[in-house]
Structure formats: structure tokens, C-alpha cells
Design a protein around this ligand. Structure first.
Ligand code: TRP
Length: 376
């Protein structure tokens, strides 16, 4: 009885941060569960009862409509309901060929793009991954519980490694860094598109394996479906992405928008102006879905099916409506570009907040793994 009381007291002391508890007092199963519960409880207190969302975006190219519709608009919406932590993942970006002298400008432009799209830094945490070194540290520790076989089976790894001459280990370990990103904040929710679902599943497996080895600590994060829409590119066939060369840039004026939308693939069966078209199979029409009123869409639908308007007219209307929605975003981006210090300050403040959480998690992980954190 005395022992149970001692270990309960010891664990409680640990949980509420009162110092070292001998290992012999940490192994009673009921108490482990209790501790895990308390960890979560403290966590939810920190976030005022809100679940925590974590997501990341790579600074690997200029933002495009696919990022905006598929991810960023959703990021903004999630800040209403969740405690959101959003990360510009520069350490992920260096796993594929890139220009070192362009990286900082890309990070800055990406931050400007998401802020201009409506992300309010007062209502979420936005920061650059490498500003919080705990990401790389936790990644190393998680490597030790990650099966090599799982990593080599990741479809994204197989895709990417097929496109390079030498496969670097960073490409293989990419999903472990992603797991570290999420687990460092004990996040419960991760908005992901289909292409990241497999990485999230692996994150859950890494959490389970680590918990199995060192004690219940990490929550298994759930996918937040519903966001991450798959937006097709100008080819109307593959997902809009820089690597497919099929993007509509986000920060472009009407003229630039027109120069790319002009080239978009429409209903392939509609060859001549007087052929009737089928909006159901036309990607330009599906883009109208995001920028054009229901009324105007119904009108276009009818005119397309009867060859009342041609694809060029339909694309002109899309360009105009898109330009109208994007104009305020571009104005905010211009404003932020004129004040780079403001952006720097937002990212530094975000990193300070992120690091306060990350260092507590890493401390707990070190301790549970029998490691010691050395003060320098
Ligand atoms: N791999 C993700 C992508 O390419 C980016 C990312 C990194 C991420 N870390 C993350 C997404 C953590 C969600 C959670 O889109």
C-alpha cells in the first residue's frame, strides 16, 4: 500500500512537473494510464479545451490556386475551432534538389502568401520548422522505432526516388520528420489531402510503437478530412502542382491569370466553337465552382451545353471572377512585402510559442527514453 501511494505521489509529482521520480515508481500500469490521462488533461488546459491541429507546407514554389483552395482556405477556417499550429517545413524542402540562395526568399514569400490569404497570426501559431530545432531532434529519436520496410513502402518515397539520380536518406526519412512535426505538439488532428494520408497513418504507427516501448505518451493523430480538396491543374488531368507544370499562380494579376487560364484544357470532346460542351467533364467549369456565383454557373452550364458560348468566353468569365476574389489577397501581399520586418516578427513570435511546447515534449521524451538533456 505504501509503495502504491509512493508511486502515485511520485508520478503525480512528475506529471505536475515537480522533479525526478525513480524509475521503479513509474511502471505501475494503472499509474501509467493515469499519467497519460493527466498529460492530455494538461495539454487541453493549455489549449483551453480545444483540440490541437498541426499542418505543414513546403516552401518549394510559388503558391498556386491548388494550395489556396486545397489547403490554405481550410487552414484559415480551422482557426475558428481548433488550436492551430502551422509550419513552413524548410527541413522537408531540402530533401529534393533546390537553390540554397533562394530558400529564404521562398520562405518569406510563402509566409506572405498564407498571411495575405487571411491567416491571422493572433489566432494561430505560424513558424518556420528550422527555427525550432526540437523537430530534428525528435525526428532522430523516432527513427529508432520506425521500421525501414514501412519507409521504403511509402508511395511518395517511391515516386520521388524514381525522379532523382541518387536517393538520399533524407528522402526516405521524410515521413519520420513529418511524424516528429505532429507528435512534438501532441496534435490530435491533421488536415491532410489524399496524398498525405499514408504519411499520417505511419505517424500513428510510430506513435504506437514509441508508446509501446517507452510508455503511453503520444496521442495518435487523426486525419481531418473535408479540407484538402484535390484541385486539378490546367491539364485537367493531374493534381495542380509545381512539378506537373500545370499551376494557376495565386499572386497574379488579371492579365497573368488570363495568360495561363487561356491554355487550360476543357471538355476534350468540344473541339469547335459550335460543338456543344459537357460542363460535367470540364475542369474549367469545376474551377468556376470556387469563384463564380451559383446563378452565373447555371447560366454558363446552359450556354455551354447548347454551344451558346465558347470555351474562350467561359475562361474569360472565370478569369474575371478569380481576379476579383484574389485582388484583396494580392493587395495584402503587396502591403506585407513592403514590411518584411512585420513578417519576420510574426514568424519569430510563432517560433517562440512553438518552442515553448516543443521543448516540454522533447524533455519528456528524453526522460522516458532514459536520456539526459545536457545544458550547454
Ligand atoms: N509532407 C507535407 C506535404 O508535402 C508537408 C508536411 C510536413 C506536413 N510536415 C507535416 C503536413 C505535418 C501535415 C503535418 O504536403
Amino acid at each position: 500500500m505504501r509503495e502504491v501511494l509512493q508511486s502515485t505521489a511520485g508520478s503525480l509529482a512528475r506529471v505536475i512537473g515537480l522533479g525526478y521520480v525513480p524509475a521503479s515508481h513509474r511502471t505501475v500500469p494503472g499509474i501509467r494510464i493515469f499519467r497519460a490521462f493527466l498529460t492530455r488533461f494538461r495539454q487541453s488546459e493549455m489549449t483551453q479545451g480545444k483540440s490541437r491541429v498541426f499542418s505543414g507546407i513546403q516552401p518549394s514554389g510559388d503558391l498556386h490556386i491548388g494550395n489556396y483552395l486545397g489547403a490554405i482556405k481550410n487552414w484559415v477556417a480551422l482557426t475558428e475551432t481548433y488550436d492551430c499550429i502551422y509550419c513552413i517545413v524548410d527541413l522537408h524542402a531540402v530533401t529534393i534538389p533546390y537553390q540554397p540562395d533562394e530558400l529564404q526568399a521562398r520562405i518569406q514569400e510563402l509566409a506572405i502568401g498564407v498571411l495575405a490569404s487571411g491567416l491571422d497570426p493572433e489566432r494561430c501559431t505560424l513558424f518556420v520548422q528550422s527555427a525550432v530545432p526540437e523537430h530534428a531532434e525528435l525526428q532522430w529519436l523516432l527513427n529508432t522505432v520506425t521500421p525501414l520496410g514501412e519507409l521504403s513502402r511509402m508511395t511518395q518515397f517511391k515516386d520521388k526516388s524514381g525522379r532523382v539520380d541518387t536517393i538520399n536518406a533524407g528522402l526516405l526519412n521524410y515521413p519520420v520528420l513529418q511524424a516528429a512535426d505532429i507528435l512534438l505538439y501532441l496534435a490530435d488532428r491533421v488536415p491532410v489531402g489524399e496524398d498525405q494520408a499514408q504519411h499520417l497513418e505511419l505517424t500513428r504507427e510510430i506513435a504506437r510503437r514509441w508508446n509501446g516501448r517507452f510508455g503511453e505518451y503520444f496521442p495518435e493523430p487523426q486525419a481531418l478530412i473535408g479540407g484538402g480538396k484535390r484541385i486539378l491543374g490546367l491539364d485537367g488531368a493531374s493534381k495542380m502542382s509545381k512539378s506537373q507544370n500545370n499551376v494557376i499562380p495565386l499572386l497574379a494579376d488579371e492579365q497573368e491569370l488570363w495568360s495561363v487560364i487561356r491554355t487550360a484544357v476543357t471538355d476534350p470532346a468540344r473541339v469547335r466553337r459550335d460543338d456543344p460542351g459537357n460542363p460535367d467533364v470540364c475542369n474549367v467549369f469545376s474551377l468556376h465552382g470556387f469563384f463564380t456565383s451559383e446563378e452565373e454557373r447555371a447560366e454558363i452550364d446552359g450556354l455551354c451545353r447548347t454551344a451558346g458560348i465558347g470555351c474562350v468566353d467561359c475562361k474569360k468569365r472565370l478569369t474575371a471572377n478569380m481576379a476579383a476574389e484574389l485582388a484583396p489577397i494580392q493587395a495584402r501581399a503587396a502591403e506585407l512585402r513592403a514590411h518584411p520586418d512585420r513578417v519576420g516578427e510574426i514568424l519569430r513570435e510563432g517560433a517562440r510559442r512553438a518552442r515553448a511546447i516543443a521543448s516540454v515534449t522533447l524533455g519528456n521524451v528524453y526522460e522516458r527514453m532514459g536520456l539526459e538533456r545536457h545544458e550547454s
